[in-house]
Design a protein around this ligand. Structure first.
Ligand code: ADP
Ligand code: ASP
Ligand code: MG
Length: 460
């Protein structure tokens, strides 16, 4: 069985739903009914989160206007896709979801309080709506389908906004809710991004989390392949929005793809790959609008092409990624000179505040490090102040060069820094990994750094 995940732009309009329908029918003919995982229509999750934000800031009219926009987007799609009667029936079903949303927003507005739990309840709505549209349309076009509420399958813990899957429970539920229907010849259509706690409270897996849902469900169902259908040809040598000349990477290892996803290649949610690696399931990234293009295959082992010859520097580089919205902390403590335990004390502060560190560079009495989760930054800063002097810099970005066997090759750092000679580099982290070199720059320089590196290694 194959999992096919369609992102926001892939279900962004009536025409896109039609294209998704063609792809899933074709997949059914070729390899049996797939499990289809859909995101919210493009722009909808942002609108829902904005609505919750406006509601808590006592702008109920603004919040309801966002919901109206969401409603209209779905009405346009549904009226273009379904016959009058069917459209009417579906729109009244969708209205039920939307009036629930209305009540939640009024509650948020009345209380002036917005918890992560409420944000999840609001933002989950986008996937419930889009998946209902696709299921109804596929049914009207004669496909045998079953719509499954992902919250009945994807059980998670209660880390709202970034919930963690409860694997055993999910596997058991996939066996009862999904696999029998597939065996019976139905295409199963469900939502990405959302789940629920054991008590039935709605959770989400974090922004961009539909890719992760596809992988969780693919693993739980023992899928043959997980296909991530999106709006670009596959994983590319850089974000094509930043570097129009970016090239398609047709084959990439799990490790390289994870590194790229983690360091900002938004095309794949960073948690997507790990579960698939463990079960050795191939992940493919494909373009919904150009289904015949080859796409990217992500596999455990990718044979090293001859071109990856040692010292052929350009060929050892796989891609360039960047991640904005990073904060850097510079900690220095001259009194720790010759003393032990400085690093341990610094790390324990981050551990206490459950904040992961991304990049790090150290000398004996100073540490530079970066975080992208700034939720507890004030508390971290207070605790670190007891250890030494702290400077915090926001609006920075990590730029990462991903490749192979960096430790065995000489000259890579030289090439990287030659390409960036006019860019102020704030922190460098090389050598920590055999497959990446990362460094911190001011956010305003990030796109230029990516462009210059890409031009240097891949040509422009
Ligand atoms: P979806 O809605 O299908 O999940 P996303 O917007 O989350 O799509 O991800 C696709 C986008 O990822 C592309 O439009 C592209 O701009 C961006 N992207 C960033 N880095 C890369 C990369 N290395 N390769 C391909 N796309 C990338
Ligand atoms: N709709 C969610 C988001 O916009 C999840 C996803 O698209 O992957 O973040
Ligand atoms: Mg995405």
């Amino acid at each position: 069985m194959i999992v096919m995940k369609f992102g926001g732009t892939s279900v962004g309009s009536k025409e896109r739903f039609e294209q998704v329908f063609r792809l899933i029918s074709q997949a059914k003919d070729e390899s049996g009914p797939p499990l289809v995982v859909v995101s919210a229509m493009s722009g909808v999750t942002n609108a829902l989160i904005e609505a919750a934000d406006l509601a808590v800031r006592r702008n109920l009219d603004g919040a309801l206007a966002q919901i109206e926009m969401v409603r209209q987007k779905h009405i346009d799609a549904v009226q273009g896709l379904l016959s009058k009667d069917k459209a009417q029936a579906l729109l009244s079903d969708l209205s039920l979801h939307l009036s629930e949303l209305d009540s939640v927003l009024r509650g948020i507005n009345y209380l002036g309080e917005l918890s992560k739990r409420s944000i999840d309840a609001v933002s989950a709505m986008g996937e419930l709506l889009s998946s209902s549209v696709l299921a109804e349309y596929a049914r009207e076009r004669g496909l045998k389908t079953k719509w499954v509420d992902a919250r009945k399958v994807v059980q998670t813990d209660d880390t709202f906004g970034k919930a963690n899957p409860q694997w055993q429970e999910i596997e058991a539920r996939a066996k009862s809710e999904i696999l029998p229907a597939i065996k019976d010849g139905s295409i199963v259509i469900t939502q990405g991004f959302i789940g629920s706690t054991a008590e039935g409270i709605t959770t989400t897996l974090g922004r961009g989390g539909s890719d992760y849902s596809a992988s969780i469900l693919g693993v739980a169902c023992d899928a043959q392949r997980i296909e991530i259908w999106t709006d670009v040809d596959g994983m590319m040598t850089a974000d094509p929005r930043i570097v129009p000349a970016a090239q398609l990477i047709t084959d990439v290892s799990f490790q390289e793809a994870s590194e790229l996803a983690y360091f900002g290649a938004k095309v794949l949610h960073p948690l997507t790959i790990k579960p698939a690696v463990e079960k050795n399931i191939t992940v493919k990234v494909l373009n919904t609008m150009r289904p015949d293009s080859r796409g990217t295959s992500i596999q455990a082992v990718v044979k090293e092409p001859a071109a990856y010859a040692k010292n052929d520097l350009a060929k050892s580089i796989c891609a360039i990624a960047s991640k904005k919205g990073i904060s850097a902390l510079f900690i220095s403590s001259p009194r720790m000179l010759m003393a032990h335990g400085f690093l341990a004390k610094v790390f324990s502060v981050f551990d206490k505040h459950r904040t992961p560190i991304d990049l790090i560079a150290t000398s004996e009495v100073s540490i530079s490090l970066t975080v992208d989760n700034i939720e507890n930054l004030d508390l971290i800063r207070q605790d670190l102040a007891e250890l030494g002097e702290i400077e915090v810099m926001s609006d920075t970005a990590i730029v990462t060069v991903v490749g192979r066997q960096f430790r065995e090759r000489s000259g890579i750092a030289g090439e990287v820094f030659t390409a960036l000679k006019d860019i102020n580099i704030l922190v460098i982290s090389g050598g920590a990994s055999d497959i990446n070199i990362s460094f911190l720059v001011h956010a305003v320089d990030a796109d230029r750094a990516v462009k210059q590196l890409h031009a240097h290694f891949f040509g422009s």
